[in-house]
Ligand binder design. Structure first.
Ligand code: FAD
Length: 497
């Protein structure tokens, strides 16, 4: 079966739908048959640009439900998507066919002595964080508690604890995976090792994870964290400070300090800021923020304080940056070597400013992000140890273009593409001038973060030297490409992309 011949399920007979209903305990919601107020909210995505009117949505209550639904998908050659936290940038959890929506599979159990958490496949990061924090432990998750474990773990996953403990995927001990034929298997260092390799960075290419087992870490109850924002005339000094924040503070903190730059354009002016996070007491944390206070004046409301870790990832603190009408998004990313070229940073900000100037109201909450963290723990894992291929030191630069009007969708996708191509070209030129070898993606780590892209990158840019093994595994676990939504690897396509 090829992707082109998949059905959207619109002509399924009522007998077939009834058979599906009777094979699962969970709800089966059908477009045009189920009440609109039940159907429509299930389509919602954080990025509304990717809402698709699925014909069938199955809400499994059990692992067996997942298995039966996958068999149904196979029998009827349906187009299928998996959705869990629905926080994807590029839309792979949407389909016009059948969506397996895991929102009702959100149980977590924590074993305090073994320091592990077992989380069902529909959990969001906050479910695992809260259960672990209750016994003084922490999982590695992303910066925001609302992202789904499904997407963030299978795609890699970077968060506050990554500098100390690696990727979210590096902290996965085992998983139960529903394969394209509906079988459920365990993937771990002991069982189906190749599948375990693939689901750590290979996304949903190999199956649906019904259960994650995570390593947890001992932690103090509170961390020192907060936002610092500066007036536009501090922009140059802010950009110049980045290298020193990385070299003199982040890299000397044993992974305990991260300093994420962000920049928005307000009233035509760049407003730069840092989101800082220090895993230690306030007295120590104050030393790390001294350069930020010296850079001041800081905007009112800026500052850091001790708070529970779960509060630092609480979506509520980010909510005011994302008013609800701004719900269409495209993300792009690239990585720059240290020391960062301040000239490129300035040109990047100028270009971003020009983009926002074209639609000042619609793009007012768009942001540039500069991920200044210690990547050595992530980079210390051999590149071929998991499918995840972006294991290198560097500053991840991402642009989140966020807007409010559907008619801007096409333009913004193109603008984002042009923007990141330009920044990548500047970085490449700078590397050449500095004599940093331009090594092909086949022999080196990749330079983009696959969870923050428009979904349209070349496969070799996402999987780098691991693409060959990805194809082998796809041939073994999903030769007919049932799972074809997040950077699907075509096992029979010889070309590198
Ligand atoms: C506001 C915001 C903040 C973010 N912050 C971070 C961050 O700090 N760090 C970071 O690394 N990323 C971050 N991201 C990116 C985020 O990790 C990805 O978008 C991720 O894919 C979201 O996963 P999800 O389960 O919520 O998404 P969904 O839209 O539900 O799914 C995304 C993809 O994951 C697959 N998937 C979902 N569940 C499963 C499962 N159980 N088994 C197999 N495949 C599954 C789906 O098939 C789909 O391909 C952020 C995104 C947003 C919108």
């Amino acid at each position: 079966m090829t992707r082109a011949t998949r059905s959207d399920g619109s002509n399924l007979s009522s007998e077939a739908l009834n058979a599906l209903r009777s094979s699962v305990k969970g709800k089966v919601v059908v477009k045009g048959q189920s009440p609109e107020d039940e159907y429509r909210p299930l389509l919602e995505r954080w990025n509304r640009m990717h809402i698709k009117e699925a014909n069938i949505i199955v809400l499994p209550e059990t692992e067996e439900d997942v298995s039966s639904t996958i068999k149904f998908v196979g029998e009827h050659n349906l187009d299928v998507a998996i959705s869990s936290g629905r926080h994807t940038y590029s839309g792979p959890s949407s389909s016009y066919g059948l969506i397996i929506d895991l929102r009702n599979l959100r149980k977590v159990s924590v074993d305090e002595n073994k320091m592990i958490a077992v989380a069902q496949g529909g959990c969001i990061a906050g479910d695992v964080e809260a259960a672990a924090e209750a016994v003084g432990l922490r999982p590695v998750m992303g910066a925001v508690n609302a992202t789904g474990c499904g997407g963030i773990t299978t795609g890699g996953g970077i968060g506050n604890l990554s500098a100390q403990h690696g990727l979210v995927a590096d902290n996965l001990l085992a998983a139960r995976v529903a394969l394209a034929d509906g079988r459920i298997v365990v993937a771990s260092d002991e069982e189906n090792q190749d599948l375990f390799w693939g689901i750590r960075g290979g996304g949903s290419n190999f199956g649906l994870v019904t259960e994650f087992t995570y390593k947890l870490h001992k932690a103090d109850p509170q961390v020192f964290s907060g936002f610092f924002m500066f007036p536009p005339d501090k922009l140059d000094a802010y950009l110049e400070l980045m290298n020193s924040m990385h070299q003199d503070y982040v890299m000397k903190s044993n992974g305990k300090f991260t300093c994420n730059g962000f920049l928005a354009i307000m009233g035509g002016n760049p407003i730069p800021g840092f989101l800082i996070w220090y895993d230690g007491p306030e007295e120590e944390g104050q030393k790390y923020i001294k350069p930020l206070l010296d850079l001041g004046p800081i905007y009112p409301g800026s500052g850091a304080e001790m708070k529970p870790h779960t509060l630092t990832t609480d979506w509520k603190q980010f909510e005011k940056m994302f008013p609800p009408q701004f719900n269409r998004l495209v993300g792009t990313s690239t990585q720059m070597n240290y020391p960062l070229s301040v000239d490129i940073l300035k040109k990047t900000v100028e270009k971003f400013k020009d983009i926002v100037a074209a639609h000042p109201e619609s793009l007012s909450v768009s942001k540039l992000l500069f991920d200044i963290r210690d990547y050595s723990k992530i980079a210390s894992v051999p590149l071929d140890a998991t499918a995840y291929a972006n294991r290198r030191e560097g500053c991840l630069i991402a642009a989140d273009l966020i807007w409010d009007k559907e008619e801007l969708d096409k333009e913004m996708l193109q603008v984002a593409k042009d923007f990141i191509s330009q920044v990548r070209a500047w970085v490449k030129e700078d590397n050449q001038q500095k004599g940093i070898a331009e090594v092909g993606a086949h022999v080196a780590a990749t330079t983009l973060y696959a969870l923050v892209t428009d979904g349209d990158e070349k496969l070799v840019s996402v999987f780098g030297p691991n693409l060959g093994r990805m194809k082998e595994l796809k041939r073994k676990y999903d030769p007919d490409m049932m799972w074809d939504k997040w950077y699907p690897v075509d096992p029979n396509h010889e070309a590198t992309n």
